[in-house]
Design a protein around this ligand. Structure first.
Ligand code: PAN
Ligand code: ZN
Length: 196
């Protein structure tokens, strides 16, 4: 399913970068790794009972550490839904809260869900082929695939950023991106849970 690719190989047509960077550490997240991430817990459990599907994979490149250095990850987030909620990444804040990040979309169609640390302010940013999203510091970020194809992107961040999953695991995002009449809509988690 995952083909190794070389992003420096210019003979690869733009828009079809599908996958992973050979020889780099690869993190794969399956449904079983995403406990507590999807709003509809019963739909998540039912889907998991069918198959522990691969939801996304990220190859990390960490050329150097220290002041001024950058790390980046190539992510592939597959297309799918749990109940009405689209496939998503766990989402995190950076351990070094001030660290920002730039996402560059290579293929597919989706969105980034951004929330401030208190979960009071939310923003959705389109992410897909040719789209760039700037994630400011102090901002929780989650990637969501709202399209029919895999969403492929690169995220570039300071080497000192670090990933803090605990804060989000404790409270989850306050908002959900769910399908309504064929389109993604943003709803407060509580509203979705009370009306679904
Ligand atoms: C990205 C993310 C990637 C996977 O490289 O790590 O999209 O999402 P989770 O880390 O939330 O599982 C990034 O934002 N790095 O900082
Ligand atoms: Zn990040």
């Amino acid at each position: 399913m995952l083909d190794a690719i070389d992003l420096n190989d210019l003979s690869v047509p733009y828009g079809i970068y599908p996958a992973v960077l050979e020889g780099r550490p690869l993190v794969q997240r399956r449904l079983s790794d995403l406990s507590g991430c999807f709003a509809d817990e019963a739909a998540w459990a039912a889907a998991l009972a069918q198959e522990d599907a691969l939801v996304y994979a990220v190859s990390s490149v960490e050329p150097a550490d220290g002041e001024g250095q950058l790390h980046y990850g190539l992510g592939i987030l597959y297309s799918g839904k749990i109940g009405r909620e689209y496939y998503l990444t766990k989402g995190h804040l950076h351990a070094h809260r001030a660290a920002a990040e730039v996402y560059i979309g290579l293929a597919g169609r989706g969105e980034m869900l951004l929330e401030d640390e208190a979960g009071e302010v939310a923003r959705r940013c389109p992410l897909g082929a040719g789209r760039i999203v700037y994630v400011p510091g102090f901002t929780a970020h989650r990637t969501v695939n709202t399209g029919p194809e895999p969403l492929v992107y690169i995220g570039v961040y300071p080497s000192s950023a670090g990933h803090d999953y605990g804060a989000i695991a404790g409270r989850n995002f306050r908002n959900v991106l769910v399908e309504e009449a064929g389109n993604p809509v943003l709803l407060k988690r509580e509203v979705f849970l009370n009306t679904n």
